[in-house]
Design a binder for this molecule. Sequence first.
Ligand SMILES: [Zn+2]
Length: 426
Amino acid sequence: MTKLDDALKLAVAAKEAELVQLCQDLIQIPTLNPPGLKYFEICEFLAARLRDKGFVVDLIRAEGAPADSDQYPRWNMVARREGTRTGDCVHFNSHHDVVEVGHGWTTDPFGGALKDGRVYGRGACDMKGGLASSVIAAEAFLETCPDFAGAIEISATADEESGGYGGVAYLAERGYFDPDRVQHVIIPEPLNKDRICLGHRGVWWAEIETKGRIAHGSMPFLGDSAIRHMGAVLEEMERYLYPLLASKHTDMPVVPEGAKQSTLNINSIHGGEAEQGEDYTGLPAPCVADRCRIIIDRRFLIEEDIDQVKAEITSMLERVKAERPKFEYELRDLFEVHPTMTDENAPVVRTVQAAIEKVLSRQAEFVVSPGTYDQKHIDRIGRLKNCIAYGPGILDLAHQPDEWVGVQDMVDAAQVMALTLAELLA
Ligand SMILES: [Zn+2]
């Protein structure tokens, strides 16, 4: 620990009440996605605070992005504070949107109640606690170290929970994450205060449709059931595909343990007549199903190639076809994201690792996320490789009822962030 490190730790600790207040203020702006509520309000709230601290603020609406409309505009905020000398830029990127509330809450999801050292509310851990920590870290750093090199950026971006296309992707396409503008990116997602998340697995979503022929349900032999064809597909998955996926292991440090292999979820299945609304009181009609659809969610490893991932499904469908004379199918691509993993020796990784050891007196753990987050856009569109996720909060609490973030965790993570700024910019 240097003298500066000690001063920064004290400066952050002295702001504990302010950090709690900021986290509560952010929770009290209900930025629900969907539909995308109060995005402008939260951006403007942060902009006002950061302008006071000498940041230059851009408010950017992602016009034309998916879900952007005059009723629900996709607003983003990027704040930049220049140092007194040239140097690197450190960027903290948080998404400001939160997912739906759901059932089972015992506290007001938008109240931000403080109880027994925890702040409660939707988005407390994912990720308004992390956003608040990064703001307080930057403010403590600026007060302690006004003469610094380079620049600090803080962004609050839209729609991470629905893919980030009206948020980080939109900004990355407009140069906000170009390596000549930003050199280090920290995303304060709730990965626990002693863990550094290097990246994530890949995703491929697709729809498989089997075809049949409609007929009267009392004479199914006159038709051809698309549901029975899909049954054969599911059987082939159980017999061949799941064992194959379970045999593929990654060297990426993915958590939890079960996600260290390739996985496949069937998100939905639908066959035959459309389901009626709950208010419909009649009986269904007797028909042979002429189509059946499933949506698959395949998560793949950095060692796998996406073409090979797709070819596995195609060859499985072709095997079913070879065994069933009337089998016809369609396979439609819906969405894909490539896996990404930052090198353990990248400067931002090494710096945050050292800061964790100084603040928490324990070794940092490297992890990789089973699902994707905005790092995908910073990597693929921004072409910036020096990026990690690091922030307070327990990942398992994200999207749950009675979501909370620990006050001490926020303080510790803010100290780690402040020490990181000092190492990279002071
Ligand atoms: Zn999140």
